[in-house]
Design a protein around this ligand. Structure first.
Ligand code: ATP
Ligand code: MG
Length: 630
């Protein structure tokens, strides 16, 4: 396939992935000269006509979705029996790989990721598109921690296919909603269920339902109550646990009714992690009641898994066997301990409250200072073990922020309470976020526990949506829970322009340059100047000043040097009645007229720079020259 050009346009470069339904290649679009991802359907799907029809309809619908958190579909094509779909190429790794690398994600990051998936779901659901295969393998994370959900609508086509579904598609069963597992009515609430599982996996590093094969997992999706996330990781705040359990409710009517409802709770959880932001209705029957009508013989995912998948499940089983051994040991220890406590209770009656003799109620340690209480319950065979320190805005340094098991729970002795201790607030030095994208900066800051405020402001130099500045600024130190305001460019306000230099230019050229620079010509004033006439001598706004476009700029233009004037008296000859008198100043005739003897004399005004040489002609013959100083 490498090197092949599909649709005369997509040049296949390398294979980047392999799924149950298709292989994914990186390709270059020759027309737009950009990288794209080309998904080529496996031949068994490409031959299935019913599948193809659905696939095309769904892909066309998904192609209409345009959202930051959704991988765009550009094109769908067919060539020589090859069915392919062209998508936005995302540089990054899948959320599945990201979880594998990080094992457990912080609840803050998990909540942020879930928020982004929610936004993708809101966009798709609003267009009537249900994903039906939300799983971390279908979510790609960019370097900036932007999540992109892929395969919208495509999974739907796959569920209708009779072709063999192999490989990673089998991974879907871990995220499959009960109604999908049952083959019942599915709608957008099925996506919410799957997102609940993804969030569960992010905060605990574990899948809620694992088992020997797809059928047994599907059955667990239908009837088994998940172990609350807090029991895997006590750092999971109450609000986040509640959101997960609500999203994962077996009953569609008890789940979030829309992705935006879930989004709202996630946002609330971020600011109020320990509050009971949502009420979850746990179906008390879930644990015991077996749903009798599980169609075990016709599970919705029909075919058995590939080798790769089976290998994975064998591992899970191995883990479970180990667990059994551990539990057997613990039970034995507890029995011994119970005996000891029984004896102790006889010696010290009333020591452990009103619970049974071998049981106590777990004390509430939240908010207590670890150093003060670490030995408090030693005599009573209760040890307190710190397992982690976290920064906390709620509890001061040294205080206990969470405990496992939780307070009030009746437990047998001896008891070990695991606690997480606050290290107070982290000091965070702000990076320079100027010219960074708003969205990724907000995420990065929120990951650090900073509350982000958004303010819009005009900027001519920074594009819309990009950060112009922050308050406090770069390099300031802030603490978790502090607010940082991100100023985001709302684009150019009024258009601005730089005033060009016009001095020394001819006025006609200067006027053209003004209009070329979106400036208006103001008053033009002529001034005396040693510069040649018509040259701009000055401008009302200096060159390189930034001004609003279409401002007026006044020009000062040379009318030449200022002339000095002097009045000179010319005498009229008395030896004749009339005389034609001509006065030439510096070679230029400035006066020529016939004068009578009776006039005696007359005045003329001479102008010039410093001095003028006058030639006086009486009846066309030079009478005398007269140097005049001005
Ligand atoms: P399924 O067949 O159930 O969808 P899957 O999601 O594991 O299974 P694919 O959707 O075929 O498989 O994707 C296979 C891999 O290809 C992904 O895990 C991802 O690494 C890569 N991939 C998919 N789409 C893109 C894309 N648009 N840009 C970059 N890489 C992608
Ligand atoms: Mg996929």
């Amino acid at each position: 396939m490498i090197g092949r050009v599909l649709g005369k346009r997509y040049e296949i470069i390398e294979q980047i992935g392999e799924g149950g339904m298709a292989n994914v290649y990186k390709a270059r679009c020759r027309l737009l000269n950009r990288f794209v991802a080309v998904k080529i359907l496996r031949p068994e799907f490409a031959k299935d006509n019913e599948f193809l029809t659905r696939f095309n309809i769904e892909a066309q619908a998904a192609a209409a979705l345009s959202h930051q958190n959704i991988v765009s579909i550009y094109d769908v094509g067919r060539e020589d029996g090859i069915e392919y779909i062209v998508m936005e190429y995302i540089e990054g790794l899948t959320l599945k790989d990201y979880i594998k690398e990080n094992k457990i994600l912080s609840w803050q990051q998990s909540a942020d990721f879930a928020l982004q998936i929610c936004r993708a779901l809101i966009c798709a659901h609003n267009s009537g598109i249900v994903h039906r295969d939300i799983k971390p393998q279908n979510i790609i994370i960019t370097a900036d921690h932007v999540l992109k959900v892929t395969d919208f609508g495509i999974a739907r086509a796959a569920t209708a296919s009779s072709a063999t579904i192999t490989g990673s598609t089998m991974g879907s069963v871990h995220y499959l909603s009960p109604e999908q597992a049952r083959g019942g009515y599915t709608d957008f609430k099925s996506d919410i269920y799957s997102l609940g599982i993804v969030l569960y996996e992010m905060v605990t590093g574990k899948l809620p339902f694992v088992g020997g094969n797809t059928v047994s997992i599907a059955i667990k999706q239908i009837q088994e109550t998940p172990i609350p996330p807090k029991e895997h990781n006590i750092a999971v705040p109450l609000a986040v646990e509640n959101i997960i359990l609500k999203a994962m409710n077996k009953d569609q009517t008890k789940r979030y009714q829309s992705a935006s409802d879930m989004l709202r709770d996630l946002e609330r959880a971020k600011t109020n992690p320990e509050s009971e932001i949502t009420t979850i209705e746990i179906n008390e029957n879930d644990r015991t009641k077996k749903i009798p009508v599980v169609p075990v013989d016709t599970p919705p995912i029909k075919k058995t898994g590939s080798g790769a998948y089976n290998a994975h499940t064998v591992k899970e089983d191995g883990k479970q066997n180990k667990k059994v051994v551990v539990w057997a040991t613990i039970t034995a220890l507890v029995l011994v301990a119970a005996f000891v406590i029984g004896v102790a209770s006889i010696l010290y009656p009333g020591m452990f409250g009103n619970v049974g003799a071998d049981e106590i109620e777990v004390p509430d340690l939240l908010g207590k200072t670890y150093e003060d209480i670490k030995d408090l319950y030693k005599k009573q065979n209760v040890t307190i073990t710190p397992i982690q320190t976290v920064s906390s805005s709620e509890y001061g340094e040294g205080k206990i922020t969470s405990q496992n098991p939780r307070a009030g729970k009746p437990v047998k002795l001896p008891l070990e309470i695991e606690v997480i201790i606050s290290k107070g607030l982290d000091e965070i030095r702000l990076s320079n976020y100027e010219r960074k994208g708003f969205f990724e900066t907000k995420l990065a800051l929120e990951d650090m526990g900073i509350i982000v405020k958004e303010e819009r402001e005009e900027s001519d130099t920074i594009a819309e949506g990009i950060i112009t500045r922050t308050s406090p600024g770069a390099n300031s130190t802030v603490k978790e829970g502090d607010t940082v305001t991100l100023y985001v460019s709302s684009g150019a306000g009024e258009q601005k322009t730089l005033v060009p230099n016009l001095v020394e230019l001819n006025v006609q050229l200067a006027r053209k340059i003004l209009s070329d620079n979106n400036l208006l010509e103001g008053d033009i004033t002529e001034v005396y100047s040693s510069k040649s006439v018509g040259t701009v001598t000055d401008q009302s706004v200096p060159a390189n000043t930034e001004v609003k476009a279409y401002s007026r700029v006044d020009l000062f233009v040379s009318k030449g040097e200022q002339q000095k004037t002097k009045t000179v008296t010319i005498t009229v000859p008395q030896d004749r009645e009339k005389t034609k008198i001509k006065v030439v100043a510096d070679g230029l005739t400035i006066h020529e007229a016939v004068h009578t003897k009776t006039e005696g004399a007359f005045n003329i005004t001479i102008s010039g720079k410093d001095s003028v040489a006058l030639e006086i002609y009486y009846d066309d013959s030079l009478s005398h020259t007269m140097p005049v100083a001005l």
